[in-house]
Design a binder for this molecule. Structure first.
Ligand code: PMM
Length: 281
């Protein structure tokens, strides 16, 4: 899943694709880089970001969704608002990616049910205004899992079918670096649940902190992408359904490597292997 933020202020690529033509061009670039899904967002979820006006959010995303869907892309819409979700579905999106898992606007769940769209339920503990309360965990994997189960119950109660549900542990949302690492160490616990798993750590601050603890702000995008590809490999190995990334090529390659290893472990040959007679490769 390639990230396309049509915002002036997103976490890592804010401002770059705010112009609609640039956003559409970048969406096509993400597809060429190996993304199977484009996640279009018109509101930054960065801690401390101001909420965008609902009409403005729709104005930002709808033309981009329409154009990329017409070009054959599978589109997910990254929004906490049901009206934006509905407008994006109308324009050709097929996945609702709600980082608040229906807690910001409960109308998101019936929208998912009635439209039959896929629905990403991310672990979320509010708008990060009261950091001390929301960052506290005794057992982060267990608590995130059980809080996600509550959101699954709410979605099922609203009529969403189980096959449409995708879970996401919400790396970086109300979590310190150690919580993100523990969640990544515990991906198996999420893969065991009967839903698809999405992992979204791309370029997040905890990766920059690992690379340069003294000056995380100075860590280059290329270095953050290298760390992201490692997360992709770990997620693929654990059996995740998708990763949400800004730079899909390195992640597509990492996933292909893991796939080849998985096949070898099952005594199968990767389909990309060459067996040229007489050539030792
Ligand atoms: N993170 C961001 C935005 N949308 N959606 C899902 N499902 N999971 C995430 O972790 C997530 C998300 C913030 O990152 P960005 O500003 O780099 O897009």
């Amino acid at each position: 899943m390639g990230v396309l933020n049509v915002t002036p202020d997103s976490f890592s690529d804010g401002g770059r694709y705010f112009d609609q033509a640039a956003a559409i061009a970048h969406g096509l670039e993400l597809m060429a880089g190996g993304a199977d899904i484009i996640d279009v967002g018109g509101e930054s979820t960065r801690p401390g970001a101001a909420r965008v006006d609902p009409d403005e959010e729709i104005r930002r995303v709808v033309p981009v969704v329409r154009e990329l869907a017409a070009a054959g892309a599978v589109i997910s819409i990254d929004t906490m608002r049901a009206a934006t979700g509905a407008a994006a579905l109308e324009a050709g999106a097929t996945i609702l990616n709600d980082v608040s898992s229906g807690q910001s606007e409960p109308a998101m769940l019936p929208l998912a049910a009635q439209s039959g769209a896929d629905l990403v339920l991310m672990h979320w503990r509010g708008y990060l205004s009261d950091k001390h309360a929301v960052y506290t965990y005794r057992d982060v994997v267990g608590e995130v899992r059980s809080e996600l189960r509550e959101r699954v119950t709410a979605a099922l109660d609203a009529g969403v079918s189980a096959q449409r549900i995708i879970l996401d542990p919400g790396l970086g949302f109300a979590k310190h670096a150690e919580h993100n690492w523990q969640l990544l160490a515990g991906l198996d616990e999420f893969v065991q649940l009967p839903y698809r798993l999405l992992v979204a750590g791309s370029r997040k601050r905890f990766l920059a902190r690992l690379i340069d603890p003294q000056d995380p702000g100075s860590v280059s995008e290329a270095d953050r992408d290298a760390a992201t590809a490692a997360i992709t490999a770990v997620s693929a190995r654990a059996g995740a359904w998708a990763v949400r990334v800004h730079e899909p090529r390195a992640s597509a390659i990492a996933a292909a490597v893991v796939h080849a290893i998985d096949l070898a472990g099952r005594d199968q040959v990767p389909t990309t292997s060459h067996h040229d007679e007489g050539t030792a490769r």
